[in-house]
Design a binder for this molecule. Structure first.
Ligand SMILES: NC(=O)c1ccc[n+]([C@@H]2O[C@H](COP(=O)([O-])OP(=O)(O)OC[C@H]3O[C@@H](n4cnc5c(N)ncnc54)[C@H](OP(=O)(O)O)[C@@H]3O)[C@@H](O)[C@H]2O)c1
Length: 331
């Protein structure tokens, strides 16, 4: 088959389409002819050889795909050749064929395009996992979601709104993104380049702070995150886009406010854990909202690239301009 290969670890110019062995599905997997795959930030790190690929995963980039089932393993009963599907994989998405565990595969509703379906697994599983599995979100709570216009941020804002959050604060890097996130359901979006976001949030909450912070930024936001977390607050660390080292941090705040700070990663979870997420997202989000036109929650595809243009797709992701998912069509 053809696949996107990395010539040498490095920048987007290292991506090229070449030949690679077609994967064979195990007993529990389906082999899918890929129509679309979606980009994720970790792909950029993996391209630079800075992201540890989970043991046993394909070294090819890409963790979410949509396409048509080509063949299935002997223990797979829920899918058959010809089915339109999408799913989460530990690697191998940037290719003509990919294998997906049946437990992490979903039937594509007719109302969804292959582009939209490929945009779901990584971001919606991650947002759902952070809010419900990790932070134990409850109706009426106040949440802060950083990188509000990111793929994960967009899903998290919509989930928090739908499941009854009180305040939904987000931080973003432009006024265009402020408008976008507030239209999406954020009660207050703050442009971190022009405003002190922690001051805004403390003012809006009468200094009470928030119950949950979903953080992707790390170092630069650490101290402000500690300030805006309220009593019994819970912060979920999903990434550290600004760095990892925090100096001169006084840990007493964690005790005073009884904080819980928890890191989480989707890609390294067991198939069994990911299957529970698939079931929750498929039942509560895909079937409820995406299976019909105008079903409520929305998938935001920012741009679709042809895979021959994969270098520019990566450059676009790196430019931080996107508001939603970047999808690549395998042609
Ligand atoms: N732990 C997990 O399981 C898991 C799973 C999926 C994704 N993630 C992580 O979650 C994050 C979001 O992923 P995504 O694919 O949804 O992202 P995305 O759509 O590519 O958006 C990322 C946004 O983050 C903002 N940003 C980038 N660098 C920043 C910095 N130094 N300080 C502040 N904001 C910054 C930019 O928006 P602004 O213009 O607003 O700055 C950028 O557009 C990524 O870091 C990704 O690696 C983690």
């Amino acid at each position: 088959m053809r696949a996107v290969l990395v010539k040498q670890p490095g920048d987007a110019s290292q991506l090229t389409i070449g030949d690679y062995e077609t994967p064979t599905p195990s007993k529990t997997q389906v082999l899918v002819k890929v129509h679309c795959f979606a980009l994720n930030r970790m792909d950029l790190l993996q391209r630079e050889n800075k992201y540890p690929v989970p043991p046993g995963a394909s070294p090819i980039l890409g963790v979410e795909v949509s396409g048509i089932v080509e063949s299935v393993g002997s223990d797979v009963y829920d899918f058959k050749p010809g089915d339109a599907v999408f799913g989460l994989i530990p690697g191998g998405g940037y290719a003509e064929y990919a294998v997906i565990e049946a437990a992490l595969t979903m039937h594509k509703p007719d109302a969804l395009s292959f582009e939209e379906a490929a945009a779901i697994p990584e971001t919606w599983f991650t947002a759902y996992q952070a809010l419900f599995f990790v932070a134990e979100f409850k109706k009426g709570q106040d949440v802060l979601i950083h990188a509000g216009a990111s793929g994960v941020g967009i899903a998290a804002i919509q989930l928090a709104k739908y499941f009854g959050a009180n305040h939904i604060f987000v931080t973003v890097g432009s006024d265009e993104k402020v408008k976008f996130c507030e239209e999406l359901g954020a009660t207050k979006a703050v442009n971190y380049k022009t405003q002190n976001w922690s001051e805004v949030i403390l003012k809006e909450t009468d200094n009470k702070g928030v119950d949950i912070v979903i953080d992707f930024i790390g170092k630069n936001y650490w101290n402000q995150n500690m300030q805006v977390l309220g009593l019994d607050g819970h912060m979920v660390i999903l990434a550290y886009m600004s760095g990892t080292m925090v100096e001169n941090f006084d840990i007493s705040v964690m005790l005073r406010k009884r904080l819980r700070i928890e890191g989480s990663a989707l890609r390294s979870r067991t198939v069994e854990y990911q299957r529970k997420l698939r079931d929750a997202v498929y039942d509560q989000v895909v079937k409820e909202h995406f299976a019909e036109e105008n079903g409520g929650l929305k998938i935001y595809v920012d741009k679709v690239f042809d895979w021959k243009d994969i270098g520019n797709a990566h450059r676009y992701l790196e430019s931080n301009q996107s508001m939603g998912k970047i999808i690549v069509k395998v042609t």
